[in-house]
Design a protein around this ligand. Structure first.
Ligand code: AHM
Ligand code: MG
Length: 330
């Protein structure tokens, strides 16, 4: 049997190598991992608790919320808000950034999260997940606020996601490689299973919701068609895979290569996915794994956010596949 390395020990041992390590990064990632373990349990038991339906409320994004969305949000707000690690929180489910109860002048970080990504799949047996981005506070003299989140992805401290599926995964990067862990339910611990993950240079899968076909420009339709016929620069016939939970589609793309696309369309000129807690964190991870993430024009990690719930087109994956997309459509 391989030596067992838990997430807590891995983070602690690796953080010692960081130039400005103070132990805070270990604590904040540990508090996020605890939140994720609690949400994994809530997701697994939602059916038997009768909690797979809608709340009847609509969130700030104008979307119907599920009871599980609200539960997952409450767990993260409680655990991260009281951890002493974060001065402010942004959640997909909350209108505004909120200052935490434990904020003090010395707290260096703020965190944005999508508590339960892939909500439309709740109640089925399809994976859902959690995504987070950790930013360094911009001004330690000012009270934490939404302004702390207005930083491009290239400047973030760490990002990660969890997938609640056949197994519960936790993947994160603090800018020094991308590392993957799997929850061992008998131990209640995340165990290192994928050290220094690298996306394959090229893949053979495209991942997109083709239901938007009529809302795409001709150049984009032509590009997509070329993936199916092999009449493209790479002379490659792609397979299609689309789960409809970003965490699951992204996780597959990271491990197996290929390209995931949630582009702009005529109804949504800035796409559907949210910049702070969906696009930036996954772009940061893909970049650290050797791949590319673009909004079609520039690297997602170079976008300067203007609002906490802003949306962004996301095209992410293996270098060769994304470069071919940019040449064809960008
Ligand atoms: P959510 O965070 O409210 O669940 O919305 C984001 C989800 C992503 O998980 C997924 O990639 C996308 O929406 C699917 O969108 P569509 O239904 O347009 O294909
Ligand atoms: Mg989401």
């Amino acid at each position: 049997m391989l030596p067992i390395q838990t997430l807590t020990r891995f983070i602690y041992e690796n953080e010692r190598d960081f130039p400005d390590a103070t132990g805070e990064l270990s604590s904040l990632l540990a508090s996020i991992a605890l939140g994720v373990k609690v949400i994994a349990r809530l997701v697994a038991t939602a059916g038997v608790r009768g909690l797979t339906g809608y709340t009847g409320h609509v969130n700030v994004q104008g979307e119907q919320t599920y009871k599980l969305d609200e539960e997952a949000d409450a767990v993260l707000v409680d655990i991260l808000g009281s951890s002493g690690c974060f001065g402010s929180l942004v959640s997909e489910e909350r209108d505004a950034a909120q200052e935490t109860s434990s904020v003090s002048d010395s707290v260096k970080y703020v965190v944005a999260f999508d508590p339960l990504d892939g909500s439309s799949n709740i109640g089925t047996n399809i994976p859902v997940g959690t995504i987070f981005t950790v930013f360094r506070r911009r001004d330690m003299k000012a009270a934490p606020s939404a302004a702390d989140f207005m930083q491009p992805g290239r400047d973030i401290v760490a990002a990660g996601y969890s997938v609640y599926g056949a197994k519960t995964s936790f993947v994160y990067s603090a800018g020094y490689g991308v590392h993957g862990f799997t929850l061992d339910p008998s131990l209640g611990e995340f165990i290192l299973t994928d050290r220094d993950m690298k996306v394959p240079q090229s893949g053979d899968t495209f991942s997109i919701n083709e239901g938007y076909w009529s809302q795409w420009e001709k150049s984009f339709q032509n590009y997509l068609h070329s993936l199916k016929t092999g009449e493209n620069d790479l002379k490659k016939v792609y397979s299609g895979r689309y789960v409809g939970s970003l965490v699951a589609d992204f996780d597959r793309t990271l491990r197996k290569g290929g390209i995931f696309l949630h582009p702009a369309n005529t109804k949504r000129p800035r796409g559907k996915l949210r910049l702070l807690y969906e696009c930036i964190p996954l772009a940061f991870i893909m970049k650290n794994a050797g791949g590319i993430a673009t909004d079609g024009k520039i690297a997602v990690t170079d976008i300067e956010p203007q609002a906490i719930h802003e949306r962004c087109p996301l095209i992410v994956g293996s270098t060769e596949d994304v470069e071919m997309f940019l040449k064809a459509v960008g």
